[in-house]
Design a protein around this ligand. Structure first.
Ligand code: OOG
Ligand code: MG
Length: 254
């Protein structure tokens, strides 16, 4: 199968919310090829009018690596169509088997940085927020290899942003949790994200530079979940909280 064809299959699976067989079972691809497929598949979305609004990092914590059996850092693209407003009703019919996970989000300014370190990248941040990511692997049973998930834009499907706070609100060593219907489901610490969530931003900016992804004013970065993800069902109130960042909630409907 050629890469355009694979990109088209993945794009159609996301668009129509139907699952497909893992690509790697039939077609061998290396990581570069998988990112190439992601790029072509996202190109199809841009042609339909979706706008890229940022990037998301994946497998930045042990909790996520262990849940999914993938142990390498990955990155994908976020579009405007994936954004869900806080308190919005989310219909599960547009997803295959969605899961939610608590995230930390960064809002960027247009500053260009030469050196990317935990100290320098702070200059490029206008705000930090608690967020929830909805992931929805296009592969049956949410099962994939590293290459499969990369080709599938790292399962990206939705995100909800809490209120932006300035970076005097620390995001280091804070409790972060996911609640469903006011019950605590997963709890973690922000430092589970690469030892310090700022490291995830450093990695994101480095990858963006290496891959020619422009991160201009108001771009969003999701740092990757600090806890495992949880499957969603209808009629659930889903909330993520982090110390100092407040909370964000959405509601699922049929
Ligand atoms: C892949 C996406 C991983 C994260 O926060 O680690 C991710 C998946 O788990 O399906 O978004
Ligand atoms: Mg995530």
């Amino acid at each position: 199968m050629n890469y355009n064809k694979i990109a088209q299959i993945l794009d159609a699976a996301a668009l129509n919310a139907h699952s497909i067989q893992q690509i790697s079972l039939e077609t061998k691809m290396n990581l570069d090829e998988a990112y190439g497929i992601q790029s072509i598949s996202m190109g199809r979305r841009y042609l339909r009018g979706e706008k890229r609004v940022g990037l998301k990092m994946g497998f930045t914590s042990k909790a996520k690596m262990e849940q999914m059996g993938v142990h390498d850092l990955i990155w994908g693209r976020l579009t405007d169509q994936m954004e869900i407003k806080p308190l919005e009703d989310v219909s599960l019919t547009s997803y295959i088997h969605p899961r939610a996970e608590p995230e930390i989000a960064f809002l960027l300014n247009d500053l260009e940085l030469d050196e990317l370190t935990v100290d320098t990248v702070k200059q490029k941040v206008k705000g930090v927020a608690i967020a929830i990511e909805i992931i929805d692997s296009r592969y049956a049973n949410f099962k994939f290899s590293l290459e499969d998930v990369v080709a599938d834009n790292c399962s990206s499907s939705g995100f909800v942003l809490g209120e932006w706070k300035d970076i005097s609100n620390t995001i280091i060593d804070v409790n972060i949790s996911l609640e469903v219907n006011d019950q605590l489901i997963h709890a973690g610490n922000s430092n589970a994200i690469m030892g310090n969530p700022w490291e995830s931003l450093v990695a994101a900016l480095r990858l963006a530079k290496e891959n020619g992804e422009l991160l201009d004013d108001n771009s969003i970065i999701l740092a990757g979940a600090a806890t495992p993800a949880e499957y969603l069902n209808e009629n659930q109130k889903v909330t993520a909280k982090a110390d100092g960042l407040g909370s964000v909630t959405f509601q699922t409907i049929k």
